[in-house]
Design a protein around this ligand. Structure first.
Ligand code: ZN
Length: 286
C-alpha cells in the first residue's frame, strides 16, 4: 500500500489512482494522515478490501509529508560505517540518537531556503511507526512499522560544529530541513525492506549511492533499542542515518548552493525533488 498526504488529506493508491481515504471509507478513516496510524490495524483491514497495491501516478505538487506531525522524531547519526569514517569517527557500538524538531518537516517537493552557513545533504530511509510500544523485540519490530518513506536530514554544519559539543538537533532543524515523502510505503510492498538502494543527486550528479543493508544498526534493531528507553507512539518517525558521500567529508568540502536541485531516492519507496534557494538571491534589488 502507498499512502499519500494530498493537501492535508490522506489518500491511498488503488490501480494507480488516488482514493481519498475519508470519503472512500464513508468517514470511517481519515482524513488526517496521523489518525489512521492511531487505528492502524482497522485501517489496513479496510485498505486490503480495496486491493490497495502499488504506487499512484501523482503530481508531487499537491503532496505533503506522509507523517507531518509526529509526536517524536528520532534521528540516527553515523549509522553507515563509511559515513562514520568520512565524518572522522569510529563506527559506533551503540546508536547515536538525536532529534529533528518537528517544525522542520516539509513535503517531498518544492523550494527549501538556505539559511546562513554551510548546508549539507544527507539522504536517509525514514521508518514511520504504526503500532507503538515499549520493549519491542527485534523479531517483532517490522510489525510495529507502518511503512517507509524517503527523507533528507539537511544539516547546517557551521552551527552543528559550533561550541564544545556537536549541536545535531538544532543545526538539523532549520525551516524545511526534514523533508519526507512522497509516499508512506508499507513493508509488504518491498521484496526485502532491509536491503534497498539509496541515492542522492545534485543537479543530476550522483553524490551518495549505497544500500540500506550497509546500516550498522538496521531498522529492527533501532526500533528495539529505542523502545527499550522511550515508548514509541503511532506516527513517530525514525531517520535512520545517511550513507557516505556528504559534502563536509569531501576534499574540498562542498555545500548546497542557491538554485541547485536535490533529488533523493530510495529504491521501491520513492523520490523527492527539492530546489535550494538562498534567501534574497532572487531579489538583488534589496
Ligand atoms: Zn543524518
Amino acid at each position: 500500500m502507498h499512502l499519500y498526504n494530498h493537501g492535508g488529506r490522506l489518500a491511498v493508491a488503488v490501480d494507480g489512482a488516488l482514493v481519498d481515504v475519508h470519503t472512500g471509507s464513508g468517514g470511517a478513516h481519515g482524513p488526517d494522515p496521523h489518525a489512521v496510524l492511531d487505528d492502524w490495524s482497522a485501517f489496513c483491514a479496510w485498505a486490503r478490501r480495496l486491493d490497495a497495491v502499488g504506487p499512484a501516478t501523482v503530481d508531487a505538487t499537491g503532496l505533503d509529508a506522509p507523517a507531518p506531525r509526529p509526536r517524536q522524531v528520532f534521528a540516527i547519526g553515523l549509522n553507515y560505517g563509511d559515513h562514520a569514517d568520512e565524518a572522522g569517527f569510529r563506527p559506533p557500538d551503540t546508536p547515536v540518537v538525536f532529534t529533528k524538531f518537528a517544525s522542520a518537516i516539509t513535503g517531498p517537493q518544492g523550494d527549501i531556503a538556505l539559511p546562513e552557513g554551510d548546508v549539507d545533504w544527507e539522504v536517509e530511509l525514514v521508518a514511520v511507526i504504526g503500532r507503538g510500544g515499549r520493549d519491542i523485540s527485534e523479531a517483532r519490530a517490522w510489525s510495529h512499522v507502518a511503512g517507509l518513506t524517503v527523507g533528507q536530514d539537511l544539516s547546517e554544519r557551521v552551527g552543528q560544529m559550533a561550541g564544545p559539543a556537536p549541536q545535531f538537533s538544532l543545526a538539523k532543524s532549520h525551516d524545511g530541513f526534514a523533508p519526507m515523502g512522497p509516499a508512506l510505503v508499507t513493508v509488504d510492498e518491498l521484496d526485502d525492506p532491509d536491503d534497498l538502494t539509496i541515492e542522492c543527486r545534485i543537479d543530476g550528479e550522483v553524490v551518495q549511492s549505497a544500500r540500506t543493508s550497509d546500516m550498522i544498526f538496521p531498522v529492527p534493531e533501532l526500533v528495539a533499542r529505542l523502545s527499550r528507553v522511550v515508548e514509541l507512539l503511532p506516527g513517530d518517525v525514525v531517520f535512520t542515518g545517511t550513507p557516505p558521500g556528504v559534502g563536509f567529508g569531501r576534499t574540498p568540502a562542498r555545500f548546497l548552493q542557491d538554485g541547485e536541485e536535490l533529488v533523493s531516492t530510495v529504491g521501491g519507496v520513492g523520490t523527492m525533488r527539492h530546489r535550494l534557494r538562498r534567501s534574497g538571491a532572487q531579489d538583488p534589488g534589496r
